[in-house]
Design a protein around this ligand. Structure first.
Ligand code: NI
Length: 209
C-alpha cells in the first residue's frame, strides 16, 4: 500500500473521460487500496482514479466522522440511475489545494456500481447530505468534469482559483444548470439562515491551514 501523488488542476489527465474497468483484478484492488490510503492521508472525503493518474472508472468515498471508525466506500464502473432536487453546496477537491466554491448539485441520487469484490450494489443518498454531494463530485471526475464547472458564480470561483495560483475556469467546460439554479434560488429565499451559516463555514475553511 502506498500514498499516491495527487494530480492538480491544470493537468489534462483531469479532463479525460475514464474507461470502464473490465475486471476487478488484483491490480485494480491494489489501486483501490492505494487510493484509500491516499484519500485518508490527505484528509479527503473522496478520490477518483484520474486524480492519481489512472483514467479508470473508479472512485472511493468516506463521509464518516474523522474522529470515529473509518467507513470506506468503493465505486467501480458507477452509474447514476436516479437524481432529483437541487441544492447549493460548497466544495473543494484534493486536486485544487485549498480552493472552495459554491456549486449546484442534485439533492438526491441513486447510484449503481461494483464493490471491491466485483459485486454489484445500489446505494441511495438523500437530502443533500455529504454523501450525495461526494458521489456527484467523484462521478464527475470520471467524465473529465470538475466541481468548478458547476460553480454558481464564475467571478467568485475565479477569484478563489487566482488566490491559490490555480488556472482560471475554462468557460467551455461550464455546465448549464438553469433548472437547478432556479430551484436553489427559491430555496435560499426561504432559508436565509442556511445561506449565512454556509458562508461562515466557507470563511472558516479558507482561513484554515
Ligand atoms: Ni475532486
Amino acid at each position: 500500500m502506498s500514498i499516491l501523488k495527487v494530480i492538480e488542476y491544470g493537468n489534462p489527465i483531469l479532463r479525460q473521460k475514464s474507461k470502464e474497468v473490465i475486471k476487478v483484478s488484483k491490480k485494480i484492488k491494489n489501486l483501490v487500496m492505494d487510493m484509500l490510503d491516499t484519500m485518508y492521508h490527505y484528509n479527503g472525503v473522496g478520490l477518483a482514479a484520474p486524480q492519481v493518474g489512472e483514467n479508470l472508472r473508479i472512485f472511493v468515498i468516506d463521509v464518516s466522522d474523522p474522529s470515529g471508525p473509518i467507513n470506506p466506500l468503493v465505486f467501480i464502473n458507477p452509474k447514476i440511475i436516479k437524481k432529483s432536487g437541487a441544492i447549493n453546496s460548497y466544495e473543494g477537491c484534493l486536486s485544487f489545494p485549498k480552493a472552495y466554491t459554491n456549486v449546484r448539485r442534485y439533492k438526491n441520487v441513486m447510484i449503481k456500481a461494483l464493490d471491491i469484490n466485483g459485486r454489484s450494489f445500489i446505494k441511495e443518498a438523500k437530502d443533500g447530505e455529504l454523501l450525495v454531494r461526494a458521489i456527484q463530485h467523484e462521478f464527475d471526475h470520471l467524465e473529465g468534469k470538475l466541481f468548478i464547472d458547476h460553480c454558481r458564480n464564475r467571478f467568485e470561483a475565479n477569484q478563489v482559483l487566482a488566490k491559490y495560483n490555480l488556472p482560471p475556469i475554462e468557460e467551455d467546460e461550464l455546465v448549464s444548470e438553469d433548472f437547478l439554479e432556479e430551484e436553489i434560488i427559491e430555496y435560499e429565499k426561504a432559508h436565509p439562515e442556511e445561506v449565512e451559516k454556509r458562508n461562515k463555514e466557507i470563511e472558516e475553511l479558507e482561513t484554515r491551514d
